[in-house]
Design a protein around this ligand. Structure first.
Ligand SMILES: Cc1cc2nc3c(=O)[nH]c(=O)nc-3n(C[C@H](O)[C@H](O)[C@H](O)COP(=O)(O)OP(=O)(O)OC[C@H]3O[C@@H](n4cnc5c(N)ncnc54)[C@H](O)[C@@H]3O)c2cc1C
Length: 373
């Protein structure tokens, strides 16, 4: 088995690393809400290089680059802690490219590609998270507009974004996944109200109340009631860049350095625990590569991506927790790095699909257990 990347791919990785040298102290991966103007400027600099649209088709301003190039880009950005891959250039743009009209392409893709237009994902609701098909936010068609009413919750970074990528019900209340539509909603539209929800790591999620919000029909992406298939496709396109191993690799390096600074590095108990974590990090790397390999072969990668998500998020918690165990209260002082990693990593097993749901996917679809695959 050859796990090495090609010469052109390695050259690109080095180019990305050189670019990221200017953003090394940004910490936007963890603190995007606090440093958004700088993260946005970085995305715009990436846009100038064509990196936000790397794998888009050429006719839409992309470079038709391979999944490997995209993986390397976002793995390096995660390792540098600079940012998470933006939703706009990913899920939103890919859906627009596949299902948008020519007018929608012309209107939305250029500012997304250049890093000037950003989106927050408005899917979850107080009563609909894992079971998204039960969501209730309703868009009622009135002539050439929809009138939207409902409540969304846990919207990451919405306070800084330009638009909501809104999943809402246009079918009957019993229609489940068959009655959902996707709308682009201006976050400053009358009737959109954001309430911040502080998180344990000092960041913020948001609740979004929508009251009689008017959305032009031309902002609907894809067919009415047909959003479910679009969402699955968009997710499938992105599996190789979600949860990049670079984040976990960097967690371990930082925590090793911190343990050394505390004078704990010679303690055999500490050495054993950190060595065990080093093996776990390699396992995460392998999960990431399995997803990439499946994607390159044109396979759905559903099981690989679910296994990767669990491994990635559980190991980043274990690394932070080990340091808290080993160093005691010193590691939990506010502002100290292990404390931030511990507080932040707590939500990684929930956001983007919970560990229980991911394990269910592996059990049913990968192992053929528990009934319907
Ligand atoms: C940091 C963070 C950022 C987020 N960002 C966004 C965002 O930008 N936009 C957005 O729309 N949402 C976002 N979310 C919401 C996220 O997608 C949901 O929290 C997640 O899908 C879980 O839904 P829930 O919170 O309603 O929990 P529930 O679905 O109610 O789950 C509660 C518990 O039941 C378990 N459970 C549920 N169903 C099953 C099942 N079938 N099998 C086994 N166990 C099950 C879960 O694992 C969990 O332990 C974010 C969440 C977090 C934590």
């Amino acid at each position: 088995m050859n796990f090495a990347f090609g010469r052109e791919e390695e050259a690109f990785r080095h180019e990305v690393r050189a670019f990221l040298a200017d953003y090394r102290d940004l910490d936007g991966f963890f603190r995007q809400g606090r440093v958004w103007p700088r993260v946005k400027a970085m995305f715009q600099a990436m846009g100038e290089r064509g990196w936000l649209s790397l794998a888009w088709p050429r006719e839409h301003g992309g470079s038709d680059a391979s999944a490997v190039m995209e993986f390397l880009l976002w793995d390096e950005v995660a390792y540098a802690r600079a940012a998470r891959n933006p939703l706009a250039a990913g899920i939103v743009a890919r859906t627009l490219i596949r299902h948008g009209s020519a007018e929608q392409h012309a209107r939305w893709l250029p500012p997304i590609r250049s890093g000037h237009l950003h989106f927050s994902l408005a899917y979850s609701e107080p009563e609909a998270g894992s079971d998204l098909a039960s969501l209730r936010t309703r868009a009622s068609r009135q002539g050439e507009r929809y009138v939207v009413n409902g409540r969304k919750i846990w919207q990451s970074y919405a306070q800084d974004m330009d638009c909501l990528w809104l999943l809402c019900r246009t079918g009957s209340s019993e229609s489940r996944g068959r009655g959902l539509s996707l709308l682009i909603v201006d976050i400053d539209a009358p009737g959109v109200q954001l309430t911040p929800h502080p998180t344990l790591d000092g960041e913020q999620l948001n609740e979004v109340l929508l009251e009689d919000v008017e959305v032009p029909v031309e902002n609907r992406v894809g067919p009415e009631d047909g959003a479910w298939a679009l969402m699955s496709e968009a997710l499938a396109d992105e599996r190789h860049i979600q949860f990049p191993p670079g984040r976990v690799r960097r967690d371990l390096e930082e925590m090793n350095a911190w343990v050394r600074e505390q004078g704990l590095a010679d303690d055999p108990h500490v050495v054993r625990r950190m060595a065990d974590l080093a093996v776990r990090v390699l396992e995460v790397e392998m999960h990431g590569l399995r997803v990439l390999d499946a994607m390159q072969k044109g396979l759905p990668a559903v099981v690989e991506a679910a296994a990767n998500k669990v491994a990635h998020s559980v190991v980043c918690q274990e690394i932070a927790r080990a340091v808290v165990d080993l160093a005691g209260p010193e590691a939990l002082v506010e502002g100290v790095r292990p404390s931030l990693l511990w507080r932040q990593s707590l939500w990684e097993t929930i956001g983007g699909g919970t560990s229980e749901v991911m394990r269910g996917v592996v059990a049913r679809k990968g192992l053929g257990l528990g009934g319907r695959a």
